[in-house]
Design a protein around this ligand. Structure first.
Ligand code: FPP
Length: 238
């Protein structure tokens, strides 16, 4: 059997709140454990030979949560972005934040720049963290840049094909995900990588994000390995 490991895995991190509630704990506890899990999953992903990992950590819609929860998440991002320097060294991992980071406080934007700059030469794992990310927003930001360049005469409308368009997305240069995982039972994309997931395999699990450990990841990979991957009718490898 083909035991091919997906090159790129994307994960919608969902269920921190419900996981915490089931334990009689506040939502903030779930986010804290979710954050710790993100650290260990990077190690697992690297060991399993996956080359690209993209996680959905904060959407453009998440600002609508209570002020207390949003402030708690910002605090968590502040400490995580600093700790992530060590994780990037440990895994020789390049980190890139996708999304509109101008929505964050200046110190968070600065931490993002420091982390991206620190890790930019690493090539063993490419880790994209989606923060203040929404796929429609990403596409619109790209379209605006394309329109400006076309208006200035720097880009000809006839030259805009899929390859050119992808260069204007936050994920420019990164291959599309082979496998999308969503934890905690919801069966939606929630505005995540709508363009990039066009041909990806989907794996949904009831397991909430803080409990999604290496064993669960390996289960997802096994299901992926049993699927026939088809790109518009041609079976991969045939
Ligand atoms: C979804 O659970 C989770 C989030 C909206 C936040 C994700 C954040 C983390 C995993 C924390 C760490 C991330 C970084 C990058 C430091 P939920 O709150 O929607 O859970 P629920 O659906 O059970 O309410």
């Amino acid at each position: 059997m083909d035991r091919k490991v997906p090159a790129h895995v994307a994960i919608i991190l969902d269920g921190n709140g419900r996981w915490a509630k089931a334990k009689g704990m506040p939502r903030s506890y779930g986010h804290m454990k979710g954050c710790a899990n993100l650290e260990s999953i990077c190690d697992d992903v690297k060991e399993l030979g996956i080359r690209y990992l993209t996680v959905y950590a904060f959407s453009t819609e998440n600002w609508k949560r209570s002020r207390e929860e949003v402030e708690g998440l910002m605090k968590l991002f502040r400490s995580y972005l600093k700790r992530c320097i060590k994780i990037s060294d440990r895994n020789k991992m390049r980190v890139k934040v996708i999304g509109d980071i101008s929505g964050f406080d200046p110190d968070i934007q600065e931490s993002i720049h420091i982390l991206e700059e620190h890790s930019k030469e690493y090539t063993e794992l490419y880790f994209q963290i989606a923060l203040n990310y929404g796929s429609r927003d990403e596409i619109l930001r790209g379209v605006r840049r394309i329109a400006c360049e076309a208006a200035e005469g720097a880009l000809s409308p006839e030259a805009i094909d899929e390859t050119v368009f992808e260069r204007y997305l936050d994920t420019a240069g990164v291959p599309d995900p082979d496998l999308l995982i969503r934890t905690s039972g919801e069966l939606r994309l929630s505005n995540f990588l709508l363009w990039q997931l066009a041909y990806s395999e989907f794996y949904f699990t009831e397991v909430p994000w803080p409990a999604f450990d290496r064993q669960e990841l390996e289960k997802a990979l096994e299901v992926y390995q049993m699927r026939d991957r088809r790109y518009g009718g041609i079976k991969e490898g045939s």
